[in-house]
Design a protein around this ligand. Structure first.
Ligand code: LLP
Length: 420
C-alpha cells in the first residue's frame, strides 16, 4: 500500500484526503478506487531515474486501461505498450500518442496491424517469423515501412508464478534465442520492414533484479552479433515485470531498479543505447483498492466466512493464481478479531478473495482489498450476470467517477431471442 495515498486517520481508511467510507456511500460497492497521487509518484520514480539517459517508459495498458488512469500517465509524458487495437483506441482516447506507443503481443491480426500502422505506432514487437511476413505484407499494401523489434525469448528464469513467467523456452512467447540472429537477417531482407530494436519480457511480479541483468546480458550479446551482421539496433526494450508488495514481498525500489539496469548497459559498453521499459503492475498495482461491503457473516465448525459483495468476477487474481491481496477494515473496530475466509456471492468454491484472514468485522462493514489497481478491473467479467464495478479516481480532496457502474440491462443489450 502506498503509505501516503492510503492511510488511516482516527481508525478510518482514507484515500488521499477522502474517507473511503464516504466513497462507498456515494458511489456504492464493489468499488475500485485509484489515487492520482500514487499513480503519479510511481510514474515519476521511473521517469526520474531515466532522466539524462536515452530511456523511456511505456505504460503497459493491460494492467489498467481506464481512460482516466491512462490520461494521468499521458499528461506526465508517458509512452504506452499495447497488445490489441482496442488498447490502441484507449490510448488515443486518453490523450496518448501513437508515435510513443509500442505494439506487443503474440497474435496480432492483419486488421490490427493495419490500424496500428495507419495510426503511426512507434514499433511493432514481433514474436514469430510468420508474423514478420504478415506485417511486411500489410505494410506493403499501405505503401509503408513498419518499424519492428523482435521479441527474443532469453530463456531466463524470472522466479515467479508459472502463469506469469514468460521468458522460458517452454513459454509461447517470443523468438527462440538460438533462432534470433537468423530471424533478424530475414526481417532485414523484407522490403517493408524497418528493423529498429530488440525486446523481451521475462515475466511479471518479479521481485529480484538478477533475472533482468541475465536477460539484458543475453540481449546485448545478440545486439553485438546483429550489428556485426550489418544491421543497426536503436533500442533495447527490457519489458515490464517489476513486482510489488502484496504481502511481505520485498521488490527493489523502482528508482534503484531502473538505475541498476541502466548502469548495467553502461558496464557492458552500451550506455548510449536507447532503453525502453514497459511497466504495468509497479505503476498501478498499489495505486488502487477495491472496496466491498460485508453482506453476511457465516460462522462454521471448520471455517468462518465473511460473504462480501465483491467476487471473483470483480477481482479474478485470487481465484486464478491463488494471489494474495491484503484485506483491511475501512473503519477499524476495537472488537476481537476472528479468522475468516472472505468470499464472494458467485456460485463457485473458487470464488474467494482472501483465506484465513484475521478480521474484526460485523455484517454491513466495509472492507478494502488492497493492491487491486493492476490486473483488477481489467480482468473483471460479467460471470453470474453481475454488472461490473464502478471506478473512482481520488485527487486530493476530490473524488470523481471515472467509470460508471454497469447496469444489468447493458449486459444483454446485444443479445436477441430467436423469432420463432
Ligand atoms: N510488456 C509485456 C509484453 C507484457 O506481456 C506485460 C505483462 C507487461 C509488459 C507488463 O508487465 P508488468 O509490469 O505488469 O508485470 N494478469 C497477471 C499478470 C499478467 C502479465 C502479462 N504481461 C496478474 O494478475 O498477475
Amino acid at each position: 500500500m502506498n503509505d501516503s495515498a492510503f492511510h488511516y486517520v482516527d481508525g478510518a481508511l482514507h484515500v488521499e484526503g477522502v474517507p473511503a467510507a464516504s466513497l462507498a456511500e456515494q458511489f456504492g460497492t464493489p468499488l475500485y478506487v485509484y489515487s492520482r497521487d500514487a499513480l503519479t509518484r510511481a510514474y515519476r520514480a521511473y521517469a526520474d531515474a531515466c532522466a539524462g539517459r536515452k530511456a523511456t517508459v511505456h505504460v503497459a495498458v493491460k494492467a489498467n486501461s481506464n481512460l482516466a488512469v491512462l490520461n494521468v500517465f499521458a499528461r506526465l509524458g508517458a509512452g504506452f505498450d499495447i497488445v490489441s487495437s482496442g488498447e490502441l483506441a484507449r490510448v488515443l482516447a486518453a490523450g496518448g500518442k501513437a508515435s510513443n506507443t509500442v505494439f506487443s503481443g503474440v497474435g496480432k491480426s492483419a486488421a490490427e496491424m493495419r490500424e496500428a500502422l495507419e495510426a503511426g505506432v512507434k514499433c511493432f514487437n514481433v514474436e514469430s517469423i510468420p508474423e514478420l511476413h504478415a506485417l511486411n505484407e500489410v505494410a506493403k499494401s499501405l505503401g509503408k515501412k513498419a518499424p519492428v523489434s523482435l521479441r527474443v525469448n532469453p530463456d531466463v528464469d524470472a522466479k515467479t508464478h508459472p502463469y506469469i513467467s514468460t521468458g522460458l523456452k517452454s513459454n509461447k512467447f517470443g523468438v527462440a534465442f538460438g533462432d534470433a540472429r537468423a530471424t533478424y537477417r530475414e526481417a532485414h531482407d523484407m522490403a517493408n520492414l524497418d528493423v529498429v530494436g530488440i525486446d523481451c519480457h521475462i515475466g511479471s511480479q518479479i521481485t529480484e533484479v538478477s533475472p533482468y541483468l541475465d536477460a539484458v546480458d543475453k540481449l546485448l550479446d545478440l545486439v553485438e552479433q546483429i550489428e556485426s551482421d550489418g544491421m543497426s539496433i536503436r533500442h533495447v526494450d527490457v519489458g515490464g515485470g517489476l513486482g510489488i508488495t502484496y504481502d511481505d514481498e520485498t521488490p527493489p525500489d523502482i528508482g534503484d531498479f531502473v538505475r541498476t539496469l541502466l548502469a548495467h548497459f553502461e558496464e557492458r559498453g552500451h550506455g548510449q543505447r536507447e532503453v525502453y521499459f514497459e511497466p504495468g503492475r509497479s505503476l498501478v498495482g498499489n495505486a488502487g483498492v477495491l472496496l466491498t461491503r460485508v453482506e453476511y457473516l457465516k460462522p462454521g465448525e471448520e471455517k468462518n466466512f465473511a460473504i462480501v459483495d465483491a467476487a471473483m468476477n470483480d477481482l479474478a487474481r485470487p481465484a486464478m493464481y491463488e494471489a494474495f491481496h491484503r484485506i483491511v477494515p475501512v473503519i477499524e473496530r476495537k472488537a476481537s478479531a476472528r479468522l475468516y475466509d472472505v468470499v464472494g456471492p458467485v456460485c463457485e468454491s473458487g470464488d474467494w478473495l482472501g483465506r484465513d484472514r484475521e478480521l474484526a468485522v460485523e455484517q454491513g462493514d466495509l472492507l478494502a482489498i488492497l493492491s487491486a489497481g493492476a490486473y483488477g478491473f481489467v480482468m473483471s467479467s460479467n460471470y453470474n450476470t453481475r454488472a461490473r464495478a464502478a471506478e473512482i479516481m481520488v485527487d486530493g480532496e476530490r473524488a470523481r467517477a471515472v467509470r460508471e457502474r454497469e447496469e444489468v440491462k447493458q449486459l444483454f443489450a446485444g443479445e436477441s431471442i430467436l423469432p420463432d
